[in-house]
Design a binder for this molecule. Structure first.
Ligand SMILES: [Fe+2]
Length: 370
């Protein structure tokens, strides 16, 4: 039976997954080729912390250009201690090196939002890559917020008892990213020609997620298929071994080599909606077919689960190209889409005859009856 991820083989087309499903783009060569990017622009982000609005507006102009023309950008001179980044990588390498039985204790099938460790197998039955995911969890002291108490909050994150320094290092990184992404969200608003705080109501309590990837050395076809990101934007930290590639308008893959202590930032499909297609969610993939392990550390910044994203900034007579998106509903659908039928929560939902379309974010967040 054909898998839902089966991709046709046509050398003249590149195939990728977006929110709409499998799509493709024809490879354009010679006189057919369009004007498009052949490298990822680099932007010095240091003035993000400037007290002077005109500095931040200048920065936003550069960011807006990169978001419009490419959808990807390097951000250098980050206002984040590089030791926090290095320590996160040291700790995550130690986590993936733990014995299998320790990692199994925090397997993601135990978590309603699939946080924890997840092995991914290749066709030969070997683990080709593995992930560790953590994100919003209102039961963890590190995320305590006196202004936002969630009654009966469910615990989602799972941490290995055998490696307490992993949680500590990851949370230092998380905390730094929470501050940075909030500021960057304001710069993105400026880049769209809005007030810096104009989108704040859509990001009151953003959905955030770190999904660490470990592409295992020497395994068949490790990597990540071509896709567009959801959410608002992603801050990716690469480490030592590259492999990320971005698709341009001519369906050529552009390399994104590792730059130390530098983020690769890309805008996701909900910013595409919000900007009515001015900022496309650019297709990318990971090729990690080398003979070394590859680790990468992406931080996904999303909208508030109560937000409804609709195309803004329409010119007079401009038609919206996108339907409104209810972030909470899409988040639940996305989470369950990643679960297979054997997942205990899938089985419970199937047993109770609940239609996934009717599941609401609040039912996942709180320990309420579903
Ligand atoms: Fe991605």
């Amino acid at each position: 039976m054909a898998s839902k991820f089966a991709i046709p083989e046509d050398p003249d087309r590149e195939y990728f997954f977006t929110a709409k499903g499998l799509e493709s783009r024809r490879v354009l060569r010679g006189s057919e080729a369009k004007k498009t990017f052949s490298e990822i622009p680099t932007i010095d982000i240091s003035s993000i912390v400037s007290q002077d609005l005109s500095d931040r507006v200048k920065l936003a102009e550069q960011i807006g250009r990169a978001a419009t023309d490419v959808g990807f950008m390097y951000l250098t001179n980050l206002p984040i201690d590089s030791r926090v980044m290095d320590n996160a990588f040291e700790a995550l390498k130690k986590f993936f090196a733990l014995p299998l039985e320790e990692k199994k204790k925090v397997v993601s099938t135990k978590s309603w939002t699939i946080k924890g460790w997840q092995p991914i197998m290749n066709e030969e039955g070997d683990m080709s890559n593995e992930t560790f995911r953590m994100g919003n969890d209102y039961t963890e002291p590190e995320q305590e917020d006196p202004d936002y108490i969630v009654e009966k909050a469910r615990t989602f994150n799972q941490w290995p008892d055998a490696l307490p320094e992993f949680r500590e290092a990851l949370y230092k990184y998380w905390n730094a990213l929470v501050i940075f992404t909030k500021k960057l969200q304001g710069i993105f608003a400026l880049a769209l020609g809005l007030e810096e705080s104009a989108l704040d109501h859509l990001f009151k309590r953003p959905l955030m997620d770190i999904t660490i990837q470990h592409y295992c050395q020497g395994k068949v076809k490790p990597g990540l298929g071509a896709h567009a990101d959801f959410g608002a934007f992603t801050c990716l930290l690469q480490h030592e071994v590259g492999g990320l590639e971005v698709l341009n308008a001519n369906a050529e893959w552009v390399q994104v080599p590792v730059k130390k202590h530098t983020f690769v930032v890309n805008t996701g499909s909900y910013f595409e909606h919000l900007s009515n297609g001015r900022w496309m969610s650019t297709i990318h993939r990971v090729r990690a077919e080398g003979d070394v392990d590859r680790y990468s550390l992406p931080f996904f910044y999303g909208f508030d689960p109560t937000a409804v994203v609709e195309p803004l900034l329409l010119e007079p007579n401009e038609e919206p190209k996108y339907e409104n998106v209810n972030i909470g509903i899409e988040n639940v659908k996305g989470t369950f889409y990643e679960m297979n039928e054997e997942h205990p929560f899938m089985q419970m939902i199937n047993k109770k005859g609940i239609n996934l379309e009717d599941m609401r974010y609040d039912q996942v967040l709180r320990g309420v009856e579903v």
